[in-house]
Design a protein around this ligand. Structure first.
Ligand SMILES: [Zn+2]
Length: 394
């Protein structure tokens, strides 16, 4: 897993020429969220390389092996966060907070990467605003109906989308997917032009969690970048914004920035990362190897005991887990409660996604829980089904 590529590249955020490779994993599925209709297609899915480097000057972490051509979004992309009640409450609170803090009422709101337009619709409904979203994966035919005065356009971002009319520009979980995030922020800033009161709200996954939790499911090809507070600050300030607020949110899983445009362009000036964070990055490869060995040992022990094993949770974590271990047939089923996933196959390793009641007719001895957060709930569902299996969290 040793990183292979490109030491000394220029950091795409702060331009320091000292990029240091620290972790690599070759041939990972390029889209963990795509659910394949057959096992063959799942195993033959498009693959790319993770070859991660970090910038010691600003803490920016990115995949130097990323190829944007492999990463076009299709309509079968399944973002399941919407189904969570906790996440819905989070979005509601966030929309209301932005409206109250910046008086976004009877105003124009633009969202870059708006998905189905759900959040944009909330901001517009709660503040009686007008909204335009842009998202290349928007599928009008299958999307939920949009509220009045809200439209979503099926297009990739361009600076023309942010015109001088926008009072609030929202961009959530987009920056980590693009290969030139600093360039995207500069285009956004250019689009705003001379206006000084436009508010920018940016949200990305908290890169610190992926680097500290050692969950390989947090390192995915779709995420070109992993932002820390220092690199996010550097990127936003260098693009010509003044930061009003930078915080961790959603139980530490996200990082967000609220900012306004400044009128004087600034040269990139890196904000240094916390030395502890740099130490975590440097130790990541060794710690990740150790973790993978522990998982391999666990599967070996279960195989030696002739134990029938299934996994529970057909998300990014399962894709990461099975692909890093190269497990295809030893564990051949993953349970998922989401009916849209059932009957499909896991990207890269081809496990069949089955509903919970499939375990009744063909019971496993061990259930590997992919997300420890749900271990109790899964234990209860197994008890309700009358399936007597060991529950093992990964
Ligand atoms: Zn940098």
């Amino acid at each position: 897993m040793k990183a292979t590529g490109n030491p000394g590249l220029r950091c795409p955020v702060c331009d320091t020429a000292d990029l240091r490779p620290f972790y690599a994993q070759l041939g990972v599925p390029t889209h963990v969220g795509i659910l394949w209709p057959t096992r063959e297609e799942a195993v033959d899915c498009p693959r790319g390389d993770l070859d991660l480097g970090y910038c010691p000057a600003c803490g920016f972490v990115y995949n130097t092996g990323f190829d944007a051509d492999l990463n076009a979004y299709g309509h079968s992309y399944d973002n399941a966060l919407h189904f969570s009640a906790v996440f819905q409450a989070y979005e509601q609170d966030l929309a209301q907070r932005l409206i109250d803090t910046y008086d976004i009422r009877d105003s124009d709101v633009v969202e870059i990467g708006s998905g189905s337009g759900h959040f944009l619709g909330l901001v517009c409904a709660l503040g009686e605003n007008r909204g335009t979203g842009f998202d290349p994966s928007y599928d009008a035919e299958h999307a939920e109906p949009l509220p009045a005065r809200v439209q979503v356009v099926n297009e990739y971002f361009s600076r023309e989308h942010v015109d001088a009319k926008a009072d609030l520009v929202v961009c959530r979980h987009v920056l980590e997917h693009v290969d030139d995030p600093a360039g995207m922020l500069r285009s956004l800033r250019e689009g705003i032009g001379d206006r000084s009161d436009t508010v920018l709200y940016l949200e990305v996954p908290n890169g610190l969690l992926a680097l500290r939790r050692l969950s390989v499911g947090d390192l995915i090809y779709e995420h070109v970048s992993y932002f820390l507070a220092s690199s996010l600050r550097t990127a936003v300030e260098s693009a010509g914004f003044e930061i009003l607020d930078l915080r961790e949110s959603y139980d530490g899983q996200f990082l967000s920035v609220e900012a306004r445009p400044t009128q004087v362009p600034q040269a990139p000036r890196p904000t240094a990362p916390d030395p502890d964070v740099l130490a975590d990055i440097q130790a990541f490869d060794e710690h990740a190897r150790k973790r993978v060995t522990e998982w391999a040992d666990l599967l070996d022990r279960l195989a030696a005991a002739d134990e029938r094993v299934v996994a529970w949770g057909a998300g990014a974590k399962a894709v990461g887990f099975f692909n890093v271990l190269g497990v295809t047939t030893d564990v051949d089923r993953v349970v998922d409660v989401n009916p849209r996933k059932q009957g499909t196959f896991l990207a890269g390793t081809g496990q069949a996604v089955v509903p919970p009641d499939a375990l009744v007719t063909d019971p496993p001895g061990t259930v590997l829980v992919m997300n420890p957060y749900y271990a109790t709930e899964i234990g209860q569902m197994l008890a309700d089904l009358g399936v007597d299996a060991n529950v093992q969290t990964v």
